[in-house]
Structure formats: C-alpha cells, structure tokens
Design a protein around this ligand. Structure first.
Ligand SMILES: *[C@@H]1O[C@H](CO)[C@@H](O)[C@H](O)[C@H]1NC(C)=O
Length: 332
C-alpha cells in the first residue's frame, strides 16, 4: 500500500492520499511534530530521570550573544528562546551550557552562526532544539586547525538534540565525547561537512544513545561513528550523498539499526570485528561498498523505552518534511 503524507504547520493533520486515514498511523505523526516548548526527550535521553531541560524554570528570549551566554551558564532552570540569527564572536566559540537548560529557536529562524555549544563534565539535563548551528568552516576539511564543534559534550548526561540543522562546521558537527550518556538526537539534519557526528573518545563502554529520523546529507564520514557505545539505537534515519561511510559500529559498540534509508551512500553499514550489530529493514538505493553483516546478540530497544518505527519506504518523505527547524515548534 503506497501512501503519501503531507504535513501542516500545526503538525496534527496528515493528508493521506490513495486510502482512508488509519488512526493508528496518526499517533506517531503528531508525536514527532510536538509543538510544545516544554516537550521532553524520547529514546535513551528519557531514562536516568528523563531530559526536560529548563521546563518549569524561568523563560527568557535572547537575541544577542551576551544574553545567550549569560543565561546558558546561569545556575537553575531556564528556557532560553533564541530570536533570529546570533553571530558568535570570536568565530568558533562553543558557548558553555550548564545543567537544566532548554535552548530553542523561536519560529524557524533561530540560528547560532559561526559558533556552537559546549557541555562540560557533570552537566546534566540539556535540550537543544529547533536551531541552525554551524558555519564555522575554516578552510581545513580535516578539522585539525580548530577544534570548533557544533556541540561538544564531554561526560555530560541527559541531552536531547531535536529539530536542528548542523552545517559547514570546522571540526565535528556533534562530538559526543568521553562518557557522555543518555543522548537522543532526533529530527536533525547534518549537512555539507566532513566529520558529521562522532560518539566515543573513551575506553569505557557505558554510553546509551538514540538517533532517529535524522538526515545526513552531503557529508563524508561519522554518520555517525559510534565507538565503544553500550547501546546505540539508530532507526528511521535518511542518508544521502555520503561519500566515505554511513552508520558505523566501532570498537565494542552494540548497535541496533532499524529501517534506515541509505541513498547514494558509500559503505552504508560498517562494523568492527569487536562490535555487535543487529540491522533490519534497511533500504539501500544506489549505494556501494560495505554492508556489514549482523553479528552477536544485541539489546532490544523495547526493553528500555517505547518508540514507533516508520516503514522504511516512508522515511525519505517523512524526514525531508519534518527534520530541521520548523516554525510550528515553539512558535512564541
Ligand atoms: C557538500 O559539502 C562540501 C563540504 O563537505 C561543501 O564544500 C559543498 O559545497 C557541499 N555541496 C553543496 C551542494 O552544498
């Protein structure tokens, strides 16, 4: 049965062609298009007490770097609404975020231009949502000249990145490092960059991460590279024009991968001999190179949280329509 979906701003209505609406298909659509400014994380970020950011705290709107920095590092709960494009100076600065913060773009135009965010050790409960982040590119595609990331997290806990665009960075678009744990990245676009999303930089096998409904578009490597991850759950992602490798289970990672759509991607699925992998339902369209086989016994994500898997054939249209900042998410 072929259906096409059309999403409206409020996110609650789906126009279905060819067949009547099946109510069981509406619930996950409205869930993904949650317009609440205080939505809480799903996936592994929903464990360990949950990820609610600044919900229940002081609400502020910022349009300057000085105000953004002031509230991002303040102690206590804050919901920080970013109004319009903030150009960060000096270029590449990773603005430090302390615990219990939600930082989200107002409407669809919130942008952290030529900068990013940093979460240091011990920081907990942070939501970054509905923002464009990046454009720190410095002419060195290997990212060796400046360690400027879109988000760098070092042993931080409970982080939810949702409906963001990361583009044209200097080093990593997201570097989730050391023992950063309980991370969910959803509905997010990584584009026009070499090293998109690295997870690891530790010998400890503790991190639990979820990545879903995200789009890697015209990227080279780390889409993502998940190194020594206890549980990596990747589902319903969309990869297009990826030139080095796609989803990579590296080191001692245990990876469950479901219904991912790989298009024009080189080496879509890679697994080190030391990693375990259970991949199912993927589509490979115009791909070349390695599609690693499954190996070992892998955790079941349903033992940890509830989620709704979309049919792989619908992933391109759903992700293209919904990923990235939307005017309907926290409009005021
Ligand atoms: C693709 O990404 C590269 C950087 O990796 C960039 O230089 C190029 O402009 C991007 N292509 C498009 C069409 O944006």
């Amino acid at each position: 049965m072929r259906r096409s979906f059309f999403f409206v701003a409020a996110g609650v209505t789906a126009l279905v062609t060819c067949s009547p609406v099946d109510p069981s298909e509406l619930a996950p659509l409205s869930r993904r298009a949650d317009t609440s400014c205080t939505a809480a994380a799903d996936g592994f970020a929903s464990l360990n007490g949950g990820t609610t950011g600044g919900a229940g705290g002081t609400v502020v709107t910022v349009s300057t770097q000085a105000d953004l920095e002031k509230y991002a590092k303040a102690s206590g709960k804050y919901i920080i609404k970013v109004k319009g494009k903030i150009t960060i100076s000096p270029k590449g600065t990773e603005i430090p975020i302390s615990s219990d913060k939600t930082i989200h773009g107002l409407g669809a135009t919130g942008e952290i231009f030529e900068g990013g965010f940093g979460l240091s050790s011990g920081v907990k409960n942070v939501i970054i949502r509905n923002l464009k982040i990046g454009n720190t590119y410095d002419g060195d595609p290997d990212g060796k000249t400046h360690d400027w990331d879109g988000i760098q997290a070092d042993t931080a806990n409970n982080i939810w990145v949702d409906h963001c665009i990361f583009e044209r960075g200097a080093d990593g678009l997201i570097d989730s490092r050391k023992d950063t744990n309980y991370l969910t990245v959803s509905n997010t676009i990584f584009r026009h960059h070499n090293k998109a999303f690295g997870i690891g930089w530790t010998d400890n096998v503790v991190a639990q991460i979820t990545l879903h409904h995200s789009w890697f578009q015209n990227t080279t490597q780390r889409n993502p590279s998940a190194d020594n991850i206890k549980y990596a759950h990747l589902y319903n992602n969309y990869l297009t024009d990826v030139t080095s490798y796609g989803h990579y289970a590296r080191g001692k990672t245990a990876m469950r991968m479901e219904n991912v759509y790989f298009k024009s991607t080189k080496n879509p699925v890679t697994r080190d001999d030391t990693a375990t992998l259970a991949a199912s339902g993927n589509t490979y369209s115009g791909t070349s190179g390695t599609i690693a086989g499954n190996s070992g016994t892998v955790f079941k994500a349903t033992d940890y949280y509830k989620y709704t898997l979309d049919a792989t054939a619908n992933v391109p249209s759903i992700v293209q329509a919904e990923a990235g900042p939307k005017a309907s998410i926290c409009p005021s």
